[in-house]
Design a protein around this ligand. Structure first.
Ligand code: NDP
Length: 470
């Protein structure tokens, strides 16, 4: 790139300075491309500004409650009951995300990328229009606009509800909170706010939280949420929200009603494509607005690419970063990099947290002839003296034919950290024998992963209808 005379204003116009867009812009600039990034909100995107980063800070804040309680069993007496101050947490969070946002911006500028803090709209395959009316021509356009919360179901009074975006910063700490939705955001926020001192109710339409995760882990998270004092209403949704002097009165589909200070809706996010001009440029989208892309993140319009949540593939920050990096490598670096969307390790930051990589028992049983399950449920060491009723669950899913580890699921302290490392082993095709041959680190919870010698269950696919599985 670079040396060739271009008839375009820029080689790459990136819409959205979130995780995927920023990475793509920096890598492309590193290959000599002239790059411009437009961002209408704050540099950093959902993850940095109102997602992963502030969420994890709030998770840390919430866990002090358990630490204070557990300390007594180890001989500590606190001089007085700990007091939590919401505005201090918001201010601390704001300081940190502003710091990170500034670093993102500085890194872009250091890489030679121009940043325009305006909304951008696609005019045609090679033209983008900014809010100030300027039109920029680009050889390539990368859409990295992420996702946006969906406030559903569309019930009377839904305008009184908020999403996680707003809950981070509500001026008044919600003493009574209703969380709607049993996905990542619903369970994480319920877990956080219950520990920070809210009286939390959690409602969702399914029979349990975290659809798609291993059933034993779902049950474990459900138990942990209940232990934290969260009132769970499975199979129940709000039907109406009414604002009264005492708070928001929420009618529920089971005929009951609750009064709360805030209702947070976490019923999913949708690709952020509204008003982007994608239709004008002829970019194909799925029914939910997700931009359709191929394995190279290319849309049906040869000059337009898309990465991250706006493509609704695996909606996680590290995946968007990988997609953005690969796009820049391929288009500007002459490489041929494909992003592997399988075996993506992930964590749900409830307390205890859920860390997972690979497939669940249920998926394994539908795909493999012989599936071996190794599982352990134990009281973590620190819970012995603290007396906390907490269980750590671990589960290894193995292909009984090849001995290959297909999935590992952990509900327990630092499970997210463990999932990261297990991700390497699972991707490398580790077998159960490899796990067994690995020396334990003692005393840790993770050592259980290499000491689970006895199979809990073996499932064999029925050869003929009616033949019982073992
Ligand atoms: P999820 O898709 O995880 O969960 C959505 C929840 O809302 C589910 O309980 C779902 O129910 C329910 N739901 C969906 N549509 C409706 C509807 N029309 N009416 C009622 N209920 C509905 O979305 P989240 O908003 O929790 O999170 C969005 C994404 O952000 C996640 O998928 C994840 O990719 C990412 N994320 C990742 C985090 C992490 O890595 N720790 C943290 C937070 C977010 P059902 O199960 O029945 O479909």
């Amino acid at each position: 790139m670079g040396a060739a005379v271009s008839t375009f204003d820029v080689d790459l116009f990136v819409i959205g300075a979130g995780s995927g867009g920023v990475r793509a812009a920096r890598i492309a600039a590193g290959y000599g491309a002239k790059v411009l990034v437009a961002e209408e909100f704050r540099i950093g995107g959902t993850c940095v500004i109102r997602g992963c980063v502030p969420k994890k800070l709030y998770v840390y804040a919430s866990r002090f409650k358990d630490e204070f309680e557990d300390a007594a069993g180890f001989g500590w007496t606190l001089p007085s009951a700990p007091i939590f101050d919401w505005s201090t947490l918001i201010a601390g969070k704001e300081k940190e995300i502003s710091r990170l946002s500034a670093i993102y911006k500085a890194n872009l500028e250091r890489a030679g990328v121009s940043v325009i803090e305006q909304r951008a709209q696609i005019v045609d395959a090679h033209t983008v229009k900014l809010t100030d009316g300027r039109q920029i021509s680009a050889k390539y356009i990368l859409v990295a606009t992420g996702g946006t919360p969906v406030l559903e179901p569309a019930i009377p009074g839904i305008e009184h509800a908020i999403s996680s975006n707003e809950l981070f910063d509500v001026p008044q700490f919600p003493k009574r909170l209703l969380v709607v939705g049993g996905g990542y955001i619903g369970v994480e926020f319920a877990s956080v706010f219950a520990r920070l001192g809210s009286d939390v109710a959690l409602t969702f339409r399914a029979d349990n939280v975290l659809r798609g995760f291993d059933e034993d882990m779902r049950a474990g998270v459900h138990d942990a949420l209940t232990h934290a004092g969260i009132k769970i209403h499975a199979g129940v949704l709000p039907t109406q929200i009414e604002k009264t002097a005492d708070g928001l009165v929420v009618a529920l589909s089971d005929g009951t009603a609750i009064t709360v200070d805030q209702v947070m809706i976490a019923t999913g996010r949708r690709p952020h494509v509204q008003g982007l001009g994608l239709e004008a440029a002829g970019v194909a989208m799925a029914k939910n607005g997700a931009i359709k892309v191929d394995h190279y993140s290319a849309t049906n319009v040869p000059s337009i690419y898309a990465v991250g949540d706006v493509t609704d593939r695996v909606n996680l920050t590290p995946v968007a970063i990988r997609e953005g990096h690969a796009f820049a490598d391929n288009v500007f670096g002459g490489k041929n990099v494909l992003v592997d969307h399988s075996d993506v390790p992930t964590a749900v930051f409830t307390t205890p947290e859920l860390g997972t990589v690979g497939i669940s028992e249920q998926v394994a049983r539908s795909q493999y002839d012989v599936v071996d399950i190794y599982s352990a449920s134990f009281r973590p060491m620190r819970a012995t003296l603290s007396g906390r009723a907490e269980k750590t669950l671990m589960k290894i899913i193995v292909d009984g034919t090849s001995d290959r580890v297909l999935g590992v699921h952990i509900l327990g302290h630092e499970a997210g950290e463990m999932a990261q490392l297990l991700g390497i082993a699972v991707r490398m095709g580790a077998t159960k024998a490899d796990f067994d041959a690995t020396m334990a680190v003692h005393p840790t919870a993770a050592e259980e992963l290499v000491t689970m010698r006895t199979r809990t269950t073996r499932y064999e696919r029925q050869a003929t209808p009616g033949q019982a599985a073992q």
